[in-house]
Design a protein around this ligand. Structure first.
Ligand code: AMP
Ligand code: ZN
Length: 112
């Protein structure tokens, strides 16, 4: 499978890691859209939100327990945004489930 995030998880592609445990990895986005732009991913390959089920949904609660820890460490005391894009219309460019953490400035509010 040709997945860039699996390559990062396997250590074959370099990344700027900010958090790691047995099941979750977080690293800085290569093309940041805010002063802090971090991607949080499960280490097992899951395509997107569309593939979350009763077997793997524990990864989502794990990720959402870790997000505030990362946000605090990054100094995002005034708030931040968490985004996950799904499929072509959602603007998903990497088909490995990931949650963007964006912060470090007042983010514009826009949908569509
Ligand atoms: P999305 O468009 O929601 O699928 O987000 C994919 C994100 O992955 C984009 O913000 C890219 O900048 C980021 N990205 C792609 N390749 C890498 C990489 N090798 N290291 C870090 N971030 C990456
Ligand atoms: Zn993958």
């Amino acid at each position: 499978m040709d997945c860039v995030f699996c390559g990062i998880i396997d250590g074959n592609i370099p990344s700027d890691k900010v958090y790691e445990d047995e099941e979750v990895l977080a690293f800085r986005d290569i093309n940041p859209e805010a002063p802090v732009h971090i991607l949080v991913v499960p280490k097992t390959h899951v395509n997107s939100c569309n593939c979350i089920n009763e077997v793997n949904s524990y990864l989502i609660s794990k990720i959402f327990e870790i997000i505030p820890v990362i946000a605090k460490k990054e100094g995002l005391t005034n708030g931040y945004r968490v985004i996950t894009n799904v499929g072509e219309d959602g603007g998903q460019s990497v088909e490995h489930l990931h949650f963007h953490i964006l912060g470090g400035k007042k983010l514009p509010v826009h949908f569509g």
